[in-house]
Design a protein around this ligand. Structure first.
Ligand SMILES: [Zn+2]
Length: 522
């Protein structure tokens, strides 16, 4: 009787199917990206894909590399639907996109706020030639189209100009853009009527693309926050495509505590079938520029040198009046922090507009004018209320993003900060929800195929970490400090962060919404 169990083991060993893997991740707590609780399963990778999710004991496994993930969370790499990583991805020094890899982000979207490459096909080619550290998708930009076709004119397009803008969007979508990106808050897109945007969004809709917008107003600048949400819903509804509100927020004192009304508007639209979503970064400060935050849009129109209008004695008082009100809306001069000044303004780095004004010996508005004339500055604008942030975060149509821009710590810290502060400390979300909002939900919402989930047949974009060790270190004083705590980051089946350190591989790919032009078949 003694030898029976031995025979059984031998027999079962012989009958087990064999599985030849490049990488085996064993014994991790796997969150698959769908929002469900973690399960203990093993994951097998061959080439760039996940080929096996299950119990390794059922197989005779040989693997080139085995990662023991006992005690670790294993989940899909994060997807960031709103970044400003274009310059980094195109740079021969910064194309590894390390600030994102160290956050566990394996895919970024660029072309945000309506500003994209003028040559989307060329953008993808450049990434292929040069290599990139994360995957990247891009919008085709409304502002870029308008600027190319109409310059900075504050007018409606002629029929021909609209056709030219449509052609630009179509070419971008044919080349693989993920949708139409827009920044109606900024000039020159601010000069566009809603109808113009609808016409362009219809082109993106033909390709099953999305419409993403930095809304015309997140505050009380022109049509108001609620008006801007209504405009976004209308664009999505009339153009017939998914619409996403980028970095949703209640910006400034005039609209604090209105998140309930915003949520209500969106919920009502969703319940009648409009596909509208939002993304959000976890900071009370937004990041923009002195120009973007304070200079009226009409000042930026038409004239080649907008600062000249400030010399006009008729215009100057009007500009100053509007700027003063814009400073008030954003919470006063002390809530504007200069994070990345122009060369001429360099000595004011790290100072608030109040401090700059004191040093100049002038009123804050005059200090802002002087900064603007000397090339401006990026600013951290402390203008949000924590309760609104939490309220938006809890909605099941809100995803995680960074909106990463130079000078703001969100570029280096958004995902770890959200995990630490809003999952572990404040428990606004649980970990499976956070992972879902940072991977699977984003992939599904924007129609990115075979990413965002731990599933057989999907690309192996995988991160492995202990949540309590994941930390953001970037601050407004030192915004370019990498996050830590990602033990492994795998991009398209290649380990790029191993034992917490980047190893030099460039494993990212350009993600095209459509692989082949479909116009020929229409
Ligand atoms: Zn934006």
């Amino acid at each position: 009787m003694k030898f029976l169990p031995i025979i059984f083991i031998l027999l079962s060993a012989c009958t087990k199917p064999t599985l030849k893997l490049d990488i085996l991740i064993e014994q991790g707590s796997v969150l698959d990206g769908s929002g469900t609780e973690a399960i203990k399963v093993d994951i097998g990778i061959v080439g760039d894909s996940i080929v096996f999710v299950g119990n390794r004991a059922r197989f005779q496994i040989s693997a080139e590399k085995i990662i023991d993930a006992t005690g670790y969370v294993v989940c899909p790499g994060f997807i960031d639907p709103h970044t400003h990583a274009t310059a980094d991805l195109n740079s021969p020094e910064r194309h590894a996109n390390l600030n994102y890899l160290y956050q566990g982000v394996t895919t970024v979207f660029i072309g945000s706020d309506g500003r994209s490459s003028t040559d989307i096909a060329g953008q993808f080619r450049k990434w292929e030639e040069q290599g990139i550290g994360t995957n990247a998708a891009t919008y085709v930009g409304h502002a870029t189209a308008r600027r190319l076709v109409m310059g900075m004119r504050n007018e409606a397009p002629t029929e021909e100009e609209l056709i030219n803008m449509k052609t630009f969007v179509r070419n971008g979508m044919e080349a693989g853009a993920i949708g139409l990106g827009s920044g109606l808050y900024y000039a020159p897109a601010n000069f566009a009527a809603t109808e113009e945007v609808i016409e362009l969004a219809k082109i993106a809709a033909e390709y099953d693309g999305s419409y993403d917008v930095h809304m015309r107003d997140e505050s009380s600048y022109n049509i108001g926050l609620l008006g801007a949400v209504e405009e976004t819903i209308r664009i999505g509804e009339e153009a017939g495509l998914h619409a996403n509100i980028a970095h949703i927020k209640c910006l400034g004192v005039d609209v604090w505590d209105t998140s309930d009304q915003v949520i209500d508007l969106i919920k009502r639209a969703r319940s009648r079938g409009v596909n509208i979503t939002a993304d959000q970064y976890p900071y009370t400060a937004s990041g923009t520029s002195i120009t973007g935050a304070l200079i009226p849009r009409w000042v930026l129109a038409d004239h080649p040198d907008p600062t000249a209008k400030l010399e006009d004695p008729k215009m100057r008082p009007l500009i100053i009046k509007e700027m003063k009100d814009n400073i008030r809306k954003r919470g006063g001069a002390q809530s504007l922090l200069l994070t990345n000044p122009s060369e001429k303004n360099e000595k004011y780095r790290g100072k608030t507009l109040t401090q700059v004004a004191e040093e100049m010996g002038v009123e804050p508005v005059e200090a802002a004018v002087s900064l603007f004339k000397n090339g401006g500055s990026s600013v951290g604008s402390f203008n949000m209320k924590e309760s609104d942030i939490v309220n938006f975060m809890k909605q099941d149509w809100v995803m995680t993003s960074s909106d990463g821009s130079n000078g703001h710590p969100r570029k280096y810290g958004s995902f770890p900060k959200k995990m630490q502060e809003y999952v572990l400390e404040k428990q606004v979300l649980n970990l499976p929800e956070f992972v879902h909002k940072s991977s699977g939900m984003t992939a599904t919402t924007f129609g990115i195929s075979r990413r965002g989930y731990i599933k057989e047949g999907f690309y192996a974009d995988i991160i492995i970490f202990k949540p309590e060790r994941v930390k953001d270190h970037a601050t407004f004083q030192e915004p370019e400090v990498l996050s830590e705590g990602m033990e492994y980051v795998i991009v398209n089946g290649k380990v790029v962060i191993e034992k917490g350190k980047y190893n030099g591989f460039l494993a990212g790919q350009g993600i095209r919404k459509i692989e082949k032009p479909i116009s020929a078949t229409r």
